[in-house]
Write a protein of this length. Structure first.
Length: 339
């Protein structure tokens, strides 16, 4: 059921970023899932990159909102408006025919949230909307043999959630979702710096520190990083140096939750598939897969081979994109909406 005169779209609405993939054309939009709103008028002033640049720099009557929190829709109305504006940016309203849209969502999303997401896509001009679960999309995007009678394990560490799934014969055999992801790592770093040094730093600074020296296991040649924040005692700007060991300690509790979810999923997996996984291993996707030393840590904790997907940040949208380019072949993976 392709759309011969139009363009079909795949969308990964993440807690951190929204990515849109156009059939046979690749990624056409990748912007932060942030909206700036004028609280006096209710008007949306900006979305995406423009809204992110305004975070922490706005007057009192302008607020920045992340409509998705921990992988779920926290603000229905704003999420719908944001999705509609992103779809307008890629020119959905101007298309000759209405597009078929595949939206990848975390497994923790409720049926009410499914409806909100679908309604936003229909309001933006979709012909038909399909929902697919992010772990399945990530597995397809990572090139795993999901249709084969062999076990494949995907761990998708996003901004708000980590989804763990074992897949075989085109279906999810067992899965777990925990509301831990890149945002939780950032928040843990903010809290550590505040309690250890009486220094308040912003989420963006925490993210930069995590990317620069954050790790899941000790690495060779580690070096410290300088951070700047506001001293909570004097109220003045202050610099300090932090070590990789400190940042590793700050995010350890969050890492343990991800490790526990992986072990729990393995514990529920049929023995024959576990035997497959001991050979095929665990594949990491999502932005959290880029945390240094994570493969080594998970290998040590599970005794299984672990690797990062080829393009972890975009595994989900590439997987959804393959579905939108070949809906007939992968129809049983998708959940159509009858209207």
């Amino acid at each position: 059921m392709q759309n011969p005169f139009g363009r079909n779209l795949a969308i990964d609405i993440g807690t951190a970023n929204t990515v849109i993939y156009e059939s046979n054309n690749g990624i056409v939009l990748n912007e932060p899932s942030i909206v700036c709103i004028n609280t006096d008028s209710g008007e949306i002033l900006s979305v995406g990159h423009e809204a992110r640049s305004m975070v922490g720099r706005t007057p009192a009557h302008i607020v920045s909102i992340k409509p998705l929190k921990d992988g779920v829709v926290a603000d229905f109305e704003t999420a719908q408006k944001m999705l509609r504006m992103f779809l307008t940016k890629v020119g959905v309203k101007k298309l000759f025919t209405k597009p078929i849209i595949v939206v990848a969502v975390p497994p923790v999303v409720t049926s009410v949230e499914h409806r909100a997401i679908k309604d936003a896509a229909y309001a933006a001009g979709a012909k038909k909307v399909y929902i697919m679960e992010e772990p399945m999309a990530a597995a397809i995007g990572a090139g795993l043999p999901i249709q084969e009678p062999i076990g494949s394990m995907i761990v998708d560490i996003g901004g708000g959630t980590t989804d763990v799934a074992v897949i075989s014969l085109g279906g999810i055999v067992t899965s777990r979702s925990v509301r831990v992801g890149g945002d939780a790592f950032d928040a843990a770093i903010v809290n550590y710096i505040k309690s250890a040094y009486n220094l308040m730093i912003g989420e963006r600074t925490a993210e930069e520190v995590k990317m620069a020296i954050g790790s899941a296991s000790k690495l060779s040649g580690e070096s410290e990083a300088r951070i700047r924040g506001r001293d909570l005692v004097s109220g003045l700007p202050k610099d300090l140096m932090v070590s990789p060991a400190e940042i590793r300690g700050a995010i350890e509790d969050q890492l343990l939750k991800i490790i526990a979810a992986i072990k729990a999923t393995l514990d529920e997996t049929p023995p024959d598939l576990v035997a497959d996984l001991s050979r095929t291993g665990i594949v990491l996707a999502g932005g959290g897969a880029l945390v240094k030393g994570l493969c080594e840590r998970l290998n040590k904790e599970t005794g299984m081979p672990v690797r990062v997907a080829e393009d972890p940040l975009y595994s989900v949208v590439h997987g959804a994109g393959k579905c939108v380019e070949n809906i007939g072949l992968l129809q049983h993976i998708l959940a159509p909406e009858k209207r």
